[in-house]
Structure formats: structure tokens, C-alpha cells
Design a protein around this ligand. Sequence first.
Ligand SMILES: C=C(O[C@@H]1C=C(C(=O)O)C=C[C@H]1O)C(=O)O
Length: 113
Amino acid sequence: MTQQGMKDLTATAAEIDAQAAIEIDRQEIDLLDSKIIELIQNRHRVSFRIQQRRLGDGGPRTVLAREMVVIDRYRQALGPEGTSLVTDILRLCRGPAPEAAVSTTAERSEPTA
Ligand SMILES: C=C(O[C@@H]1C=C(C(=O)O)C=C[C@H]1O)C(=O)O
């Protein structure tokens, strides 16, 4: 084989290695994403339980002071993006279960208390 041929083969092998490494890491991301989704669904279940109990006692669904504590936890850990992430998480956990693509914006409006 020519020297150029060897170089081409080495380059091809490196590309295949890089592609395989990406595939392995993507599988890990897929697994992490499904765990994150499961955690968010669990979070919704617990949060909704508290909301229902409070509403049943004549209280508000949301408690802004508590949400501020939660928001601060994410901000401290993840910075400004953590704040926007937890804002979405809180909205998602407000009201009925977030069945895929059935929730309305109105059900997840901003907190009132
Ligand atoms: C779950 C609660 O109710 C609401 C939902 C929250 C949440 O999902 O973290 C936080 C505060 C409330 O707006 C609570 O008061 O703890």
C-alpha cells in the first residue's frame, strides 16, 4: 500500500472511532434524559399532591415564597440558565399531570400567591 493509502486508512479509522464514541455518549444522554423525564414526572406528582391538599383546605395552588426558595436552589447550582430551567419545571408541576402535549398555557399560568 502507498503511504497516502495508509494515511487515508488511518483517517477513516479515526472517523469511525469518533463516530462510535459519539454514539456511545448519545446512548448515555438518552438514558439520562429518560431519567430526567421520570424525575420531573415524580416531582409533578408530589407537587400536585401538595397543591391539591392546600386547595382542599381553601388555600392557594401556588406559594410564591416557597417557589423563590426552589428557584434560588437552581440559580445557585446552575446560574441564570438554572433560573429559566426551574421556572419551566415549576410551570410544568403546576396543575394537572403534564400528559404529552395536552396541557394548556392557562393551566400553567404564573403564581398568584
Ligand atoms: C409544592 C408546593 O406547591 C406549589 C408548587 C411548588 C413546587 O412545585 O415546588 C412550590 C410552591 C407552590 O407554588 C409547595 O408549596 O411546596
